[in-house]
Design a protein around this ligand. Structure first.
Ligand SMILES: NC(=O)c1ccc[n+]([C@@H]2O[C@H](COP(=O)([O-])OP(=O)(O)OC[C@H]3O[C@@H](n4cnc5c(N)ncnc54)[C@H](OP(=O)(O)O)[C@@H]3O)[C@@H](O)[C@H]2O)c1
Length: 304
């Protein structure tokens, strides 16, 4: 891939590593690799990059799989947005993941937090301490330098709105290759998807199963009826819909059986695809896009 090019070859079915338990991170990552997943999404903020790295190294060796055959992403956390912190954070992630290069590095959210070791800096009233001395473009310029260095194949953004993406896209020397956001039939993000498709940016959906929240997408009557009709599980229907509408996705099965299930996706008939497009329910499950504070991680479990 040429440095100023945003063309990227990313497996559409991605395995997400947002798993608070360390032993489960290792077993689920191994199971995903064994089931056929070749795209792994990590983050400094998930505090388990070392376990992801350990599982990948062991899994690659056991399966005779080459490093080049997998696609690994990690993300720069909000407390590392100052340009002088970006390369250090990148190198630390690389080391924990036991890798010599990354396929993709994302700015985890567009919100800069007070720089430092505390990933969740708060004032005495419990409010997040933001950092107004750095812009998203400042951080992006430092990300571009990582691509120039050759240690990072592509860069992108996560938890960003179309309104904030457009000016960044226009100012960028190296255009974002990927945008990772919450998306599922209750939050299709169609306008953002259309922009990404027009610009050749991969739209990478997280929470394609609605984060497994019940009641929710996995129990939606339209999804259940289609699943029964096409003889697939509700999860397989939701994942197939995401691929069919031209997005890539991240899913987090935690057992070998679910990893195999979530990897076994086949196209939906047109009428089923249209029925899902016509679901009218609208629901956002993660507020991170509005605040920079991750919504799926229970705060009491992530404190050191
Ligand atoms: N950029 C961001 O801010 C951001 C935010 C959130 C997530 N992410 C990324 O996206 C990845 C995926 O997110 P997600 O956890 O929301 O994904 P998801 O696949 O929508 O939801 C995962 C949940 O679905 C359940 N599940 C998985 N496979 C299933 C199946 N076949 N049948 C029934 N339930 C199933 C799991 O339940 P069990 O727990 O019972 O196994 C798990 O709780 C994360 O790991 C992370 O890499 C990024």
């Amino acid at each position: 891939m040429k440095p100023a090019d945003n063309t990227i070859h990313m497996p559409l079915l991605g395995f997400g590593t947002l798993i608070p338990d360390k032993a489960l991170t290792i077993s689920a990552t191994r199971d995903a690799l064994e089931a056929g997943f070749r795209h792994f999404d990590a983050a400094e903020r998930y505090r388990n990059e070392s376990e992801v790295g350990e599982a990948l190294q062991a899994g690659l060796a056991a399966g005779g799989i080459a490093r080049e055959d997998i696609f690994v992403t990690t993300k720069l956390w909000n407390t590392n947005h100052r340009p002088e912190r970006v390369e250090l954070a990148f190198e630390a992630s690389l080391k924990r993941l036991q890798l010599s290069y990354l396929d993709l590095y994302l700015i985890h959210t567009p919100y800069a937090f007070q720089p430092g070791d505390d990933q969740d800096p708060r004032d005495q009233n419990g409010h997040v301490i933001y950092d107004s001395d750095v812009t998203l473009l400042d951080t992006w310029r430092a990300m571009e330098r990582l691509v120039d260095s050759g240690k990072c194949r592509a860069i992108g953004l996560s938890d960003i709105t179309l309104k904030d993406l457009v000016p960044l896209y226009e100012a960028a020397r190296i255009k974002p290759a990927v945008v990772q956001v919450e998306s599922h039939p209750y939050l299709p993000e169609t306008e953002l998807l259309e922009f990404c498709q027009e610009k050749g940016i991969v739209f990478l959906a997280f929470a394609p199963l609605g984060h497994g929240i019940r009641p929710g997408l996995l129990e939606d009557p339209v999804i259940l009826a289609i699943a029964a009709r096409v003889k697939k599980t509700p999860a397989q229907v939701l994942l197939a819909w995401a691929i069919q509408r031209g997005t890539a996705l991240l899913t987090t099965p935690k057992t070998a059986a679910r990893a195999r299930e979530n990897f076994d996706i086949s196209p939906l008939p047109d009428d089923a695809f249209d029925e899902i497009n016509n679901i009218q329910t609208r629901q956002r499950l993660n507020d991170v896009v509005k605040t920079g504070v991750p919504g799926f991680i229970p705060q009491n479990k992530t404190k050191h």
